[in-house]
Design a binder for this molecule. Structure first.
Ligand code: CA
Length: 149
């Protein structure tokens, strides 16, 4: 379970992505503009931000650049949502400080896995996972060993 902030001005996209990610157990926060996204980022303590590029006030590039200047957000995973047709958008998003990008239209079948990959990539860089598969090994003996016969 992760806390995900989704900055997106299109209501239908927010509705869809929120539903898909909540079905995976994530908590989704929404902001409908760049400025409200910046404010919400500082109050909702996200594990990852999904950043639409075309926003009505400040765009996703500028929003990402501003977040990167804040100590709390200089290593947070920020994923840009870029329009498929705009090839240069992905490069601009990475240059602005995004960790990666997902092309629109969003594929709801692969989105949850993409999101988890970005969160886990950060974990492997030094922040421990809360539930390491190695931590509970002693309790996972095969059932046959404990069966009384
Ligand atoms: Ca948009």
């Amino acid at each position: 379970m992760s806390r995900i902030l989704y900055i997106e001005d299109e209501f239908t996209n927010r509705l869809l992505i929120k539903r898909v990610l909540e079905a995976q157990g994530h908590v989704v926060f929404e902001a409908e503009s760049g400025t409200s996204g910046l404010q919400m980022a500082q109050t909702c303590n996200p594990d990852l931000i999904l950043m639409d590029i075309n926003l009505p006030d400040i765009d996703g590039y500028e929003c990402t650049a501003r977040l990167r200047k804040m100590p709390d957000f200089n290593t947070l995973p920020i994923i840009a949502l870029t329009a498929n047709a705009m090839v240069g958008d992905a490069d601009k998003a990475l240059a602005a400080g995004c960790d990666g990008y997902i092309s629109k239209p969003i594929d709801v079948d692969t989105l949850p896995r993409q999101v988890m990959n970005f969160i886990n990539t950060r974990s492997s860089k030094g922040i421990p996972l809360r539930d390491s598969p190695l931590s509970g090994g002693a309790g996972r003996l095969p059932g046959r060993d404990r069966r009384t016969t």
